[in-house]
Design a protein around this ligand. Structure first.
Ligand code: IVH
Length: 670
């Protein structure tokens, strides 16, 4: 039975229409009919194809899914090798790139470049014969890839048939592009997998790669993959002059091209656009890891040629990684305003998205258990939403066996109260209402203007520092690192440096400021000044008795008691020790003179000394607080007897004054 002509025509028309609407929807992102209208067209086509199965061709829009699973992917060659790109990270490297090109071409005029977002997915090649998609493969080693045609067919933004749009379809077209998964789709997929107890993907790139390399195309079809095309292999039946024209022609043929592509003259403008893209990047639905700069003129590209693995006419100007690998050194607890206890991973500092990161919230105990994060683990860290660093997952294959499982402490790290957890909640809380506010007030007082005067460290920042687990007591202030501050909202390079300088400068202080800062009950600014003036040294204040303190005019018994008790509390003595160890120097402190070893002792020398000259011996005695006499008297303490002593030796014996040898003297002054 032959198919009626009208049916054939209708089928052709339906296919063309559906292809066009696919293009509007998936490639241009601007549909011109409703979903219902579209569904009706597909429905009609399906019915006709069912009635007349002999009309079904592989490029029919109904034929995306349905190929049976394969056992193994066939290897297919790339006729034009799929090269990779050289990476550059700095402006200098980009300027260098341009100089290299100009040198190579022997020209000096400004060049034109196309700028394209560098997609973070996986490269594929699509082969179109007479406009029909016949073969699709992965990049593989660049020379041979895997035949993933049936999987690529399931990706809606890959046309099964090219559109002509007034530009004749070439006899043969090999298109290159990047298959990727959008960030939201990736998160949804991971959530679903988690619910099913399946392993999750580390990032959208891995999810895209894993989805495309499925033996069963049905699985690939269920994964929301997309493509952006950026280049070509062999082309028969069409000539391009520039990369810009190429990209725009691909678009016209119905292939999806990134809308953020740009053409510029001069490398400076390329550098500018890179800055723009790096800012835009977090707002995009998909991940990009840099910008590709390509010489626009294809004849120049040809002259420039390629090195072994990468072309000379293009470079990948990378952004700083938004995801990196580092090691967890420890897991500490931070206390929030409401008493919520959050475990924080303390990591070896690593750059993530241009910022050095050394700590990341682990949310709660359940989360740590679920992700199986252990102390000592190598982990993937990511800056989610561009601010808060997050531990994505541990790299279990890098474990040595020395990693430690985190055990949630039972008590608050700040006040020691036993922690509580409500039924059904994941977070532990400190039930002590004084805990966080007391700590934050104590620290805010310490850093305030009349105290240690740390500029830029107001109560809000203090709270941020405690909540992030960066500080837990006053001395921790002096351990803050730049990367700690950069992990807080509102801190940038400059503001972080300013605060660190202010903290450093506060180390040199006065006795009264320090005394006021440490927060002794009843000791305000004036009292602190009175005590400081009187005792002139921290050590003496710490050793003073209650009575001695009370003797200071203006200090009553209650204040004296409070000071005395403060300094006799081991916790406070420890606090002071830690502060002094951190490098706090009290400028106006009068150090107590240390008793000199020979203080008040009188010496007489007689006879020749072996090791010292008489004059040296005299100087040493005086420096050590002693006195040298010329004659022996009753008050003489020591007579130092050298070789061939004279009458002084006799006199000493007579008066019963102690005589010592030169060696004994040397021992005394050691
Ligand atoms: S051009 C010879 N353009 O980056 C030119 N590549 O390291 C080679 N990529 O394998 C590629 N976006 O997976 C080019 N706009 C873009 C790209 C892009 C992403 C990937 C592609 C390639 C790798 C090169």
């Amino acid at each position: 039975m032959s198919v009626p002509k009208e049916v054939l025509e209708r089928i052709k028309r339906l296919r063309d229409e559906i292809n066009y609407h696919n293009y509007r929807y998936y490639v241009l992102d601007s549909p011109v009919i409703s979903d219902e209208e579209y569904d009706a067209l597909v429905h009609e086509l399906k019915e006709l194809e069912e009635r007349y199965p002999e009309t079904i061709t592989p490029d029919s829009p109904t034929q995306r899914i349905g190929a049976p699973p394969s056992e193994k992917f066939r290897t297919v060659p790339h006729h034009v090798p799929m090269l990779s790109l050289d990476d550059a990270f700095t402006e200098e490297e980009i300027i260098e790139f341009e100089m290299r090109i100009k040198r190579f071409l022997g020209i000096d005029q400004e060049l034109e470049y196309t700028l394209e977002p560098k997609m973070d997915g996986l490269a594929v090649e699509l082969v179109y014969e007479k406009g029909i998609f016949v073969l699709g493969s992965t990049r593989g080693d660049g020379y041979n890839g895997e035949d993933v045609t049936n999987n690529l067919r399931t990706i809606p933004s890959i046309p099964l048939k090219l559109l002509s749009h007034n530009i004749p379809i070439p006899e043969l077209l090999e298109v290159r592009g990047e298959v990727y998964m959008e960030k939201k789709a990736f998160e949804r997929l991971n959530r679903e997998r988690e619910e099913k107890g399946l392993p999750t993907f580390a990032n959208p790139r891995n999810a895209a790669a894993g989805s495309l390399r499925q033996l069963d195309p049905k699985v690939t079809a269920s994964r929301p993959l997309k493509i952006f095309c950026y280049g070509i292999g062999r082309v028969v039946g069409h000539e391009f002059k520039t990369q810009w024209e190429l990209l725009n022609t691909l678009k016209k043929w119905g292939l999806r091209v990134n809308p953020l592509i740009k053409k510029v003259r001069g490398i400076k403008k390329a550098i500018k656009y890179h800055e723009e893209l790096s800012r835009l990047r977090t707002e995009l639905d998909y991940e990009i890891d840099g910008m590709v700069i390509k010489v626009n003129d294809l004849s120049l590209q040809e002259r420039l040629g390629a090195k072994a693995k990468s072309p000379r006419w293009a470079i990948a100007y990378k952004f700083e990684a938004a995801q990196s690998v580092t090691r967890i050194k420890d897991i500490l607890l931070s206390v929030g305003r409401t008493g919520a206890i959050t475990p924080v991973a303390i990591m070896e500092p690593v750059k993530v998205g241009g910022v050095t990161v050394s700590r990341a919230t682990l949310h709660n105990e359940d989360e740590i258990r679920k992700k199986d994060i252990r102390i000592g683990d190598y982990v993937i860290v990511r800056r989610a939403g561009d601010v808060i660093p997050e531990v994505v997952k541990p790299l279990k294959e890098r474990r040595t066996g020395n990693e430690k499982v985190f055990v949630m402490p039972k008590t608050c790290p700040v006040c020691g109260s036993p922690l509580v957890k409500k039924e059904g909640e994941a977070i532990y809380r400190c039930p002590n209402p004084d805990c966080f506010p007391r700590l934050s007030k104590k620290i805010a007082h310490f850093v305030s203007k009349p105290a240690m005067d740390i500029e830029g460290l107001g109560p809000k920042v203090v709270e941020q520092l405690i909540t992030a687990g960066i500080i837990r007591d006053i001395p921790d202030l002096y351990q803050i690192k730049k990367e700690d501050l950069l992990s807080l909202e509102g801190f940038a390079e400059k503001s972080a440096e300013n605060l660190l300088n202010a903290i450093e400068n506060s180390k040199e202080t006065t006795l009264s400021r320090f005394l006021f800062a440490i927060g002794i009950r009843h000791v305000g600014e004036v009292t602190a000044q009175l005590i400081s003036k009187h005792f002139k040294s921290l050590k003496r204040i710490m050793e003073a008795s209650q009575e001695e303190l009370e003797e200071i005019p203006g200090i009553g018994p209650e204040v004296a008691k409070s000071i005395y008790e403060f300094f006799h509390d081991e916790k406070n003595r420890m606090l002071i020790k830690r502060l002094l160890d951190a490098g706090i120097k009290i400028k106006d402190e009068v150090k107590e003179k240390k008793a000199l070893p020979l203080e008040g002792k009188r010496f007489v020398f007689t006879g020749a000394l072996n090791t010292l000259k008489r004059s040296e011996a005299k100087r040493i005695v005086t420096e050590l607080g002693g006195e040298v006499q010329s004659t022996v008297g009753k008050k003489t303490d020591f007579v130092v007897v050298g070789e061939n002593p004279g009458s002084k030796f006799e006199k000493a014996k007579k008066l019963g004054v102690r005589t010592i040898s030169e060696d004994e003297f040397l021992e005394m002054i050691k």
